[in-house]
Design a protein. Structure first.
Length: 366
């Protein structure tokens, strides 16, 4: 039996700012993109033995935005490793030139903003997940969602801003009435500043029509954030309909030291079935066990951000994580005896007892 609880996700803020250059005098066509180089070293303890890893990777993205009139616009983006999904990083590997052919379609969407209904935006196609949150745990920002979404924003200088978002995502096109799909709703609110403090909060509910072998087909959540001057604290809290291992929590703190230097710290506690589709679409920053996201871990992330120059950024990150439960314990709870006998999606559930990873990245964007 699955139980339905009450909790869920995010926050109300615009997406990250994207640098761009105009390709025409009117500014109706813009090009944007970025290249990121990353070096990584890691140490892992697992049932199969301890392992060390060193690797270098690159991410390259190139996009076009165009808005021929006041109501309609479109966005197309290409990226390295586009066929993989969650991660757009490509390993630097001279003897594997075939990886270069994986530079492909990453975003392709049309957006309609009717002049007669101020604050309404309807977006359809291959887009980033329309989900406001403080972390990427619920849905990795590099993982697209294919479908349609409607967002309505109400702004009032004295009362704050409210945002209502409804999304239908096509996870697997199965023909007539046989799709695996997602329905997502979120309400977000930003207060006006109160003695210099800005508060943001949101609640969301997500339902997935997916195979019964998945444990988490419904996820509810709540998020909050408080910003004051150069500091910020935030959280994301999730709960799924799985009967066990259904709780996820991310706590975050940020401080901007000056114009060039920023500090971040995160704490994660993410049980195996706390994320949609058992973590299939979750972040993979902690080095996922497969080609999807990662769950079944607790850990910390420390990050130093440094602005080298305009649109040129350096960040250094330290990730340290531990497994919450052994995979055989989870298998026993599910009635399978051991992990090898488990049916269903298990590629995101961490089998590493502990893992430490150090990353250094340089990003140049336009």
């Amino acid at each position: 039996m699955k139980k339905l609880i009450l909790l869920a996700v995010p926050l109300l803020i615009a997406g990250p700012a994207v640098a761009s250059i105009n390709l025409d005098e009117s500014g109706k066509v813009k090009a944007y993109g970025d290249v990121r180089l990353r070096m990584e070293i890691g140490d892992t303890s697992a049932p199969t033995g301890d392992q060390e890893r060193e690797q270098s990777e690159v991410r390259a993205r190139l996009g076009l935005k165009f808005k021929p009139n006041k109501e309609w616009g479109a966005n197309v983006r290409l990226s390295t490793n586009a066929d993989q999904g969650v991660s757009s990083n490509q390993l630097l590997d001279t003897d594997s030139p075939e990886k270069n052919s994986e530079f492909g379609l990453d975003r392709a969407l049309i957006q309609y903003t009717p002049e007669g209904i101020s604050g309404l935006a309807i977006t359809a196609g291959k887009m980033s997940m329309p989900h406001d949150s403080n972390s990427r745990q619920f849905w990795d920002q590099e993982q697209s969602i294919d479908g349609i979404s409607a967002a309505y924003v109400i702004r009032d200088k004295s009362k704050g801003s409210s945002k209502f978002t409804f999304t239908h995502g096509i996870l697997n096109e199965g023909g007539y009435a046989n799709d695996d799909d997602l329905f997502h709703a979120q309400v977000s609110y930003i207060t006006p500043k109160i003695k210099g403090v800005k508060l943001t909060g949101s609640v969301s509910a997500t339902h997935l029509n997916i195979d019964e072998s998945y444990q988490a087909s419904e996820v509810l959540g709540i998020s909050g954030r408080a910003s004051y001057r150069s500091g910020r604290i935030a959280f994301d809290l999730y709960n799924s309909d799985s009967s066990d291992n259904h709780f996820g929590f991310v706590l975050q703190g940020r401080y901007k030291v000056n114009r060039k230097v920023g500090l971040r710290a995160y704490y994660y506690y993410v049980e195996a079935f706390s994320m949609p589709a058992d973590g299939r679409y979750s972040q993979d920053n902690f080095t996922a066990p497969g080609d999807f996201g990662i769950t079944n871990f607790s850990g910390v992330r420390f990050q130093l951000d440094y602005k080298l120059a305009k649109n040129t950024l350096l960040d250094i990150r330290l990730y340290s994580m531990k497994q919450i439960k052994s995979t055989d314990s989870i298998a026993t709870e599910l009635g399978f005896g051991n992990w090898d006998n488990v049916n269903g999606f298990k590629n995101a559930i961490s089998n590493d007892e502990d893992k430490v990873t150090l990353q250094a990245s340089v990003l140049v964007k336009f």
